[in-house]
Every structure is written in C-alpha cells, then in structure tokens.
Design a protein around this ligand. Structure first.
Ligand code: UFG
Length: 331
C-alpha cells in the first residue's frame, strides 16, 4: 500500500513508519517538525516538510502521490499544555484534521487510521474502560481528540472515508535497537522521566500523589509497548483494505501498574538506585486508567505481545544511545 503518514517524525509516527517499511509498504511522511525530529525520519520514506493546515501544501502532496490510505498522527499531545493553551489544540489538532479530511475527500483517499487517545474518556469509575463508555474528556487535549473522531465519523457519511480510530492508553518503549524512541521537550511522561534519573540528568523522580485509593497509594496506568501499538495500526490498515466497516478500538493491555511499580521495574532494568520523592497530586490525573481490550482482539486479532520489562528495557536502550535526545539537548 502507499500510505500517507502525518506526524511521521514524531514518537509514535516514526515507529509506525519503520514497521510499515519493514512490511514493504510505501510511506510518505508529512511533518512540520514542530515536535517531530528530522533524525527520526526513516531514510526510505519520502518526506514533505510542512503543516497539514497549509491547504495548498497538502493539496500538492496529494497531487504528487496517489495514496491508498492515511495514518494520522500529527497533533499536539500534552494534557497540561492543553489546559493552558486550549486554542492551540483546537487549531492544530481539530483544524489540521479538517484540512486532512478535505484533501482525502478531494483526492478520493477513502481509508483512515486515526491516532486517538484514552483521554477522550475522562475520569471513569468503572474499570476496565470499554469503547462503549460515555466520553467525557477532562481536558482540551482529550476534547480535541474526541472532536477529531466525530468529524471523521461524519466524513464517512459525506465522503465515504472509512476509518479505524485507535484509542491509546499509556504508550512507552522504543525500537528494539534503540535507534528511535521517545524524545519530548518538555518531557512529562513517567517512564522517560524515570530514565532521565537513571542517566543522572535529574536528581530524583517526583511521584505525583501518594494518597490515591489504590494498592500503594499511587496512580495506576495501562502501559503498551510502542511496537505493539504500531502493529495494531498495520492490522487496522489491512482491515480497512479488506473492505470492513469503520470502528473505534481501544489499545491497551487490560493490566495496570502503579507509578511505584514503574520505579521498581526501572530499578531492575537499569540496575540503578533511582531515588524518588512524593509530591502533591497532578491536577487532572485519573486514579486508574485500564483499557478493556477484547474489541481489539476480536476485530484486529491483536493482543499486546510485550510486557512492562520489555517496554522499559527498550526505552532504556534508546535513552542510553541518545542520552540528551536526538539533538543532544540542542533545541
Ligand atoms: N507521573 C509522575 N511523575 C512524573 C510523570 C508522571 O508521578 O514525572 C505520574 C502521573 O501523575 C500519572 C502517571 O505517572 O499518575 C502517568 O503519567 P504520564 O504523564 O506518563 O501519562 P498520563 O497517564 O498522564 O497520560 C496518558 C497519555 C496521554 C493521555 C492521558 C489520558 O500519555 O496522552 O493518558 O489521561 F491524554
């Protein structure tokens, strides 16, 4: 297949591109490199640098290439930033998706795999969370992802674009050889922050909250290896290619780890002491987030293959290879 990947220089996008090329797909990347990295762009992918909100640019890309499908990763994805600058999220994420759908409709590209998020659910009491749970996003990031999903649904009605929206839980890990991985600035996610302490770039891990009603008082999350995640995207593409109907599907493991369990596993993987201290709760953090994943198994025949140790070991290999990120800390 010839696939357009928006955000193909980003964390998840770059891992998808690598896996797609390994499966002999032709890949074209569009990325504005605002949060993506030129170093993460696969040498065998064709790359157009630009912003999906630039309609002329996007139209040109679609004119040059005849795509069989799009995989849409390009978006801002920091919850806390979205609380401070909500319009940035609606502009980049929602308006960007309008432009993409418009170009797909105009150029008759009728299959879309969309990078959605567990953030569309908001705070839920019932675990695990299934796709039928009512969506009540608790921040503009989650709201923007829900709006994007809904626009895509209406686009199917009007423009015959079939889609699979994949709602990710906590994604972590890196390519097995550590050649690409997670490099955000600022870094807000737990696992890369823990590994920065292992690299001695930070003196200690700060754990947000120790008084949650959980087994050890810290929050619980459902972690999924980025390689398992991108495998689900390839399956979603095949599923659409086979002519099946649109779906919304969770990607998670149905297993939760507490923040303290992450620190313990990282100690085991890195063989370092990894000091930590507790601070207050981070606003907006749900106590527990665990995915129901039966639908992914039923529809995509997908189950995560890699556990927490493999997730943290692969991330550690990336961090050791790029201790200050792709650009050696230069930004
Ligand atoms: N945490 C710490 N210390 C840190 C970083 C995180 O204690 O330095 C804690 C958080 O408070 C939370 C847990 O680790 O309890 C996981 O936090 P992350 O930031 O790694 O991930 P989130 O669960 O906040 O975010 C994930 C996805 C988002 C999505 C969100 C939905 O990464 O894209 O779930 O709530 F929006």
């Amino acid at each position: 297949m010839k696939i357009l990947v928006t955000g193909g220089a980003g964390y998840i996008g770059s891992h998808f591109v690598k896996a797609a090329i390994e499966q002999h797909h032709q890949v074209v990347i569009v990325d504005n490199l605002v949060t993506g990295h030129i170093e993460a762009i696969h040498p065998e992918a064709r790359f157009f640098m630009g912003d999906i909100r630039d309609r002329t640019f996007l139209d040109d890309v679609f004119l040059h290439e005849q795509f069989d499908a799009c995989v849409h990763f390009a978006a801002h994805s920091l919850v806390e930033e979205s609380m401070r600058a909500p319009l940035l999220y609606f502009d980049n994420n929602v308006y960007g998706t309008i432009c993409l759908i418009e170009a797909m409709a105009k150029h008759h590209v009728e299959a879309l795999v969309f990078s959605s998020s567990a953030a569309v659910y908001g705070v839920k009491e019932e675990m695990p969370i299934s796709e039928s749970a009512h969506e009540t996003p608790a921040n503009p990031y989650g709201e923007s992802k829900l709006m994007m999903e809904r626009m895509i649904r209406w686009a199917e009605h009007a423009h015959h674009i079939r889609y699979v929206s994949l709602r990710y839980f906590n994604v972590a890990g890196a390519a097995e050889d550590g050649s690409i991985g997670e490099d955000h600035f600022p870094e807000t996610h737990l696992i890369p922050n823990v590994l920065q302490v292992a690299l001695e770039h930070k003196p200690e891990i700060i754990i947000f909250g120790q008084d949650y009603e959980t087994k050890d008082g810290t929050c619980i999350r459902d972690y999924i290896h980025v390689l398992d995640l991108v495998d689900a995207h390839l399956r979603a593409l095949e599923y659409l290619h086979a002519g099946h109907r649109s779906e919304i599907i969770n990607l998670g493991s149905e297993q939760g780890y507490s923040n303290l369990e992450i620190v313990h596993m990282a100690r085991h993987v890195t063989n370092k002491a990894l000091p930590f201290r507790f601070s207050g709760r981070r606003p907006g953090d749900p106590k527990v987030l665990i995915a129901a994943n039966a639908k992914a198994e039923k529809i995509l025949h997908w189950r995560p293959q890699r556990g927490l140790e493999s997730i943290i070991s692969s991330a550690w290999r990336f961090h050791q290879r790029f201790p200050s990120g792709y650009q050696g800390g230069q930004r």
